[in-house]
Design a protein around this ligand. Structure first.
Ligand SMILES: Nc1ncnc2c1ncn2[C@@H]1O[C@H](COP(=O)(O)OP(=O)(O)OP(=O)(O)O)[C@@H](O)[C@H]1O
Ligand SMILES: [Mg+2]
Length: 320
């Protein structure tokens, strides 16, 4: 069976800039795909592309496909997209306040999703909302239903946003740094809840994060992005056991280990280049400790082998 979502060779354009230049990812039902990479690597752009929200931002898909449950979403109308968004595909963003209406009671905001996408009447929607709030372990759901967003803590607001995302019975959930704004213990609780929901409801989840530790603990597959490309993709265990792209190795070197002094974090020297000044050849070559001549002139193709892929000339040599 085809995966729930398969993005193939996605390229997007914002005028002359190409923030995504070859993104291939797949996520299945009941699985969690981690999308990692430094700031500016194109994680949010990938999410926006799948959500069909690029036009709102002034961008467009220039080539590639976004196959969702058998349909290429790059070909559907905005009207069809409006039915999918918040329904079968839902997005959770970093800042819950951007998703919540400050002057509407939080319970009603959740109700409205089920009313719109599942055509539930107000009473049935409220019942569903209370159930979802309880599922999100929100204390006294009946009481919290009537509160306004500003009356809740950041962690509770994010739970409301997740309940809202679930209210349309989605098949695919995209969580873009859902816990970055929260403190560490609350982060861990939210990530644990999300992964329970995936197993229980058989959702596909794309979890966008900076945190390789979260990926190692939570995800089934991982796509490592750098400068608008997926440089390495595969099962989390395989990649953490034997990362093949120098960038992945550097990122894994950045995971703080227990007992390690914060200053001994490896860090990756250099900076992500701006979209307007991409280097020729492999986009990682200016920062790569292993770069050879070809890396400066040619873009490494993605080599796919046994369910994992890597785009690096050196990794190619390794497997030969
Ligand atoms: N609204 C926009 N218009 C044009 N280009 C943008 C816009 N937002 C981001 N970009 C560019 O697109 C590229 C990818 O950005 P994106 O926001 O997807 O990165 P990200 O991986 O989500 O980073 P972060 O970890 O900071 O959230 C960057 O080069 C960025 O400068
Ligand atoms: Mg982002």
């Amino acid at each position: 069976m085809a995966p729930l979502l398969k993005v193939e060779q996605l390229h997007i354009g914002f005028g002359p800039l190409e923030p995504l230049a070859g993104v291939d990812i797949a996520v299945d039902r009941g699985r969690i795909l981690g999308l990692v990479g430094e700031s500016g690597s194109g994680k949010s752009m990938t999410a926006m592309s799948v959500m069909g929200l690029l036009p709102l931002m002034g961008g467009r898909i220039t080539s590639g496909r976004v196959m969702f449950d058998g349909t290429d979403l790059t070909t559907i109308s905005e009207r069809d997209y409006r039915n999918l968004r918040g329904g079968r595909i839902a997005l959770i963003t970093q800042n819950p306040m951007t998703s919540l209406d400050p002057v509407m009671r939080v319970g009603r905001q959740i109700d409205q999703v089920a009313e719109l996408h599942l055509k539930l009447d107000r009473k049935a929607a409220k019942e569903k909302t209370i159930g979802l709030m309880a599922r999100m372990r929100i204390p006294s759901p009946e009481m919290t239903y009537d509160l306004f967003p500003h009356q809740l803590s950041g962690g509770l607001r994010q739970r409301i946003v997740i309940a809202m995302a679930l209210a349309g019975d989605p098949d695919l959930l995209i969580a873009d740094e859902p816990t970055t704004a929260l403190d560490v213990t609350v982060q861990a609780q939210i990530i644990a809840l999300l992964s329970e929901l995936v197993r229980e409801k058989g959702l596909g989840l794309i979890l966008i994060t900076h945190d390789m530790g979260v990926v190692a603990q939570t995800c089934d597959e991982v796509a490592v992005m750098y400068c608008g490309k997926v440089v390495e993709y595969g099962q989390v265990n395989a990649i953490f056991d034997a990362p093949r792209h120098p960038y992945t190795r550097a990122l894994i070197g950045c995971i703080p280990q227990p007992g390690m002094a914060p200053r001994s974090l490896a860090g990756i020297p250099g900076m992500v280049p701006p979209a307007s000044a991409m280097p020729a050849g492999c986009r990682f070559n200016p920062r790569c400790p292993l770069a050879i001549e070809v890396c400066h002139s040619a873009s490494p193709p993605s080599v796919i082998e046994a369910g994992r892929s890597v785009a690096c000339f050196l990794a190619e040599g390794e497997s030969a």
